[in-house]
Design a protein around this ligand. Sequence first.
Ligand code: SAM
Length: 285
Amino acid sequence: MNYRHIFHAGNFADVFKHIVLARVIAYMQKKDAAFRVLDTHAGLGLYDLSSEQAQKTGEWKSGIGKVLDAADSAPADVRALIAPYLDAVRAANPDGGITRYPGSPMIARTMFRKQDRLTALELHPEDFEVLHSHFDGDIQARVTKLDGWLGIKSHLPPKERRGIVLVDPPFEVYHEFFNILTALKEGHKRFATGTFLLWYPVKHRQGIAEFREELRALKIPRILDTSLEVRSSRDDVRFDGSGVIVVNPPYTLESELRTILSWLTPVLEFKKGAGSYSINWIAGE
Ligand code: SAM
């Protein structure tokens, strides 16, 4: 396990993924009933952007840095839609500015009402310790050092019977696409009404086309695929963007994403006009 998310925290892919996560949580909160977020690859929970590692890449500057600069002049409908996400980022920076970036478990926890619950799994021993320390004594959060792929089997369905499953592995290995497909198959068998969010990098174009075909072949209904690319594709393999597969999305999500991404793409693109986004149904009802 070489991957450390601290080098990438708050980058363009994190921003996109976390905005989608926050929209799904906001939707779940329209009903009073409790729900659980199962975060299978949870990371550190909170990232120090002044750390040597985060400074080394500076990736957050072209992610959350750009979004914070642009947010005040966004159209009112966009501002309202990204407010829950930005509120969570601001909550991690009580002194103003941006020196810390909240990861997925912290964003979820910050948005929670008193009845909502988090299960965060992290396998890296050091990252687990840090993550655990952020939620020590918190009765709404359970942090476990467990393989996220096993957690899909052992932690679903949640006892609340309402929930979100975020699967966000490091993609250090190419067969991570296969792992995600297996996780969805296993997870959906146990929790067919859950909302699953599966993150993937836009890097190997042919691989993504095959991944989408294999998703279709699972015959699972209601799969929305959304991606945001910050530069135009080239023949060689490079990290041009990222996507989130949403299974059982809130019925409002597609139109919300159209509004958000038409603003966010030009904000995050590396060169004017080079960015693009997509929102497509892989499977309908
Ligand atoms: N979800 C986090 C967020 O959005 O803030 C970022 C997670 S990061 C992309 C992936 C994390 O998965 C890393 O912290 C890594 O240590 C952890 N990891 C790698 N393999 C794992 C496994 N099999 N089970 C659980 N965690 C794993």
